[in-house]
Design a protein around this ligand. Structure first.
Ligand code: NI
Ligand code: MN
Length: 227
């Protein structure tokens, strides 16, 4: 069994075997965060792109916990310049066998500029195959793209998809994404953090139930889901 915690926005915790993973750790400036950045533990931090609501508290949490940060080459280079040493660069389409499983960086249609204006490379999503064969796709910030079908071909246990609109897919495109991805369970993310991305996740979950074979799991920030 593995556990996913949603911390609001696109911030996700995964407990896999004895490893704690934090994805896009946005706590201190996140109005939806149920805990503070100094309360969370991490062995690995995954950063999808350079925007402030995703790189978030990466520096502070990595310094305190000694977690290894995984991201694209450009963000890893930038984090190295900030003094972090436990870093692992990958890039789109590339996978690596980490102790917690095989992690591949996937396409994401978005931007990636870092908070100080530095170039953040291409944004990504994450496709994780755990050591016991579960497939977890975390889309993070992206618009809809047809190659989600290729990711769906892998046979997904679980997907997290943005539904907030304005900066990412909205509910209608996220529903189309579910049809391309066919995950057993799908968790909506990147909504209700700010006024610009207010959505009715329950209504979206009902549409997913009516039109697909996937089960949408609507979570409250801080809630966990076992899969
Ligand atoms: Ni973004
Ligand atoms: Mn974002």
């Amino acid at each position: 069994m593995a556990t996913l915690t949603w911390y609001g926005h696109a911030t996700i915790g995964l407990e896999i075997e004895n490893f704690k993973l934090l994805i896009d750790p946005y706590f201190s400036a996140n109005p939806a965060a149920p805990v503070t950045a100094d309360e969370v533990e991490a062995d690995y931090i995954l950063v999808s792109h350079g925007h402030g609501d995703h790189i978030g508290d990466t520096l502070d949490i990595a310094r305190r916990t000694g977690a290894t940060v995984i991201s694209n080459y450009e963000i890893i280079t930038w984090l190295g310049k900030q003094g972090l040493e436990k870093l692992h660069a990958q890039h789109l389409g590339g996978g690596f066998h980490h102790p917690f499983g095989y992690l591949k960086l996937t396409l994401a249609l978005h931007g990636s500029q870092l908070p100080d204006g530095s170039y953040g490379g291409n944004p990504c999503g994450f496709l994780l195959t755990t050591n016991d064969g579960k497939k977890i796709y975390l889309a993070q910030d992206t618009g809809l793209f047809g190659d989600m079908q290729l990711i769906g071909d892998e046979g997904l246990t679980l997907a997290a998809l943005p539904i907030g609109d304005n900066f990412t897919m909205g509910p209608d495109d996220a529903l189309r994404a579910v049809k391309l991805l066919n995950p057993q369970h799908v968790i909506p993310i990147h909504y209700n953090t700010f006024a610009l991305i207010q959505q009715d996740a329950q209504a979206w979950a009902e549409q997913v139930a009516a039109e697909t074979a996937s089960k949408a799991v609507v979570m409250r920030p801080g809630e966990t889901f076992d899969y």
